[in-house]
Ligand binder design. Structure first.
Ligand code: SAH
Length: 248
């Protein structure tokens, strides 16, 4: 009996290691199948987008109790949600040409930090990925999430940063941007964001209140701006911190 107990104790670290390995391979397998599914449905077409979504495990960004690999938005507290995987994939696809290595990307309403992390891997260490979020607690959690993810090196070397600010003003310090993503629905397209778009740059932004359209805003090289509707969507509002926290 004593022998069994002592051999169990000596195997314990190994058992824990195996359990840990099984658990982590489970998570990354689930993330991989989610990406494969999005590919099968034609939402992901670019292999670079697939590679980046595989490298950033969504499971690290969805709060405990949520279903990170399920294709649906999930609550993240503070009357906010992490967008559904198909929306993240669709936005990465729409912005892919503006997320080439060395380019600059701004993620307004960065929430969990998931998409900012994907942007950082798209633009690489020579590029810049900036998240702006007005709830300080979400900014803190997003930084913790990113530290555990495939984008940790970019966070460490300063190519990725997240700031507490009102995203309607953008982040002028690092403008102009090749890509701007807005993760919350604005009543109109904020002028400051159009200004911070580089000629040749693209912004993807949900616009509307009850009924919203995902708009694609392209700034041409001569500075003229074109806007088109991509699809109908449902996002939380891009608003003041007070209005968001006192909603419902
Ligand atoms: N794209 C993120 C979060 C989407 S929810 C993700 O998928 O994880 C929209 C986010 O926008 C919320 O975190 C909300 O707090 C933030 N937000 C809303 N209005 C904002 C504003 N004026 N400035 C900055 N962030 C804002």
């Amino acid at each position: 009996m004593r022998k069994t107990v002592s051999s169990l104790i000596s195997f314990l670290p190994l058992l824990l290691l195996v359990q840990h390995a099984l658990w982590s391979s489970g998570a990354s397998d689930k993330n991989k199948s989610m990406v494969e599914q999005l590919r099968r449905y034609g939402i992901i077409r670019s292999s670079k987008v697939a590679e980046v979504m595989e490298a950033v495990d969504r499971g690290l960004f969805v709060p405990p109790g949520g279903s990170p690999y399920f294709d649906s938005p999930m609550p993240i507290g503070y009357n906010a949600t992490i967008s559904a995987p198909h929306m993240h994939a669709a936005c990465l696809e729409l912005l892919e040409k503006n997320l080439q290595p060395g380019m600059r990307a701004l993620d307004v309403g960065s929430g969990t930090g998931y998409l900012t992390a994907c942007f950082a891997l798209m633009v690489g260490s020579e590029g810049r990925a900036v998240g702006v979020e007005h709830i300080p607690e979400l900014v803190d959690t997003s930084i913790e999430n990113i530290k555990k993810s495939g984008a940790a090196p970019q966070l460490n070397d300063g190519a990725l940063s997240i700031h507490v600010a009102d995203g309607r003003e953008g982040w002028p310090e690092l403008a102009p941007y090749d890509a701007i993503h807005v993760g919350a629905a604005a009543p109109q397209i904020p002028e400051a964001l159009v200004e911070q778009l580089k000629p040749g740059g693209r912004m993807v932004i949900p616009v509307g209140t009850m009924f919203q359209e995902l708009k694609v805003v392209d700034k041409k090289l001569d500075g003229t701006v074109s806007v088109r509707d991509e699809t109908s969507v449902r996002y939380v509002p891009l608003t003041s911190k007070e209005a968001q926290l006192h909603a419902n």
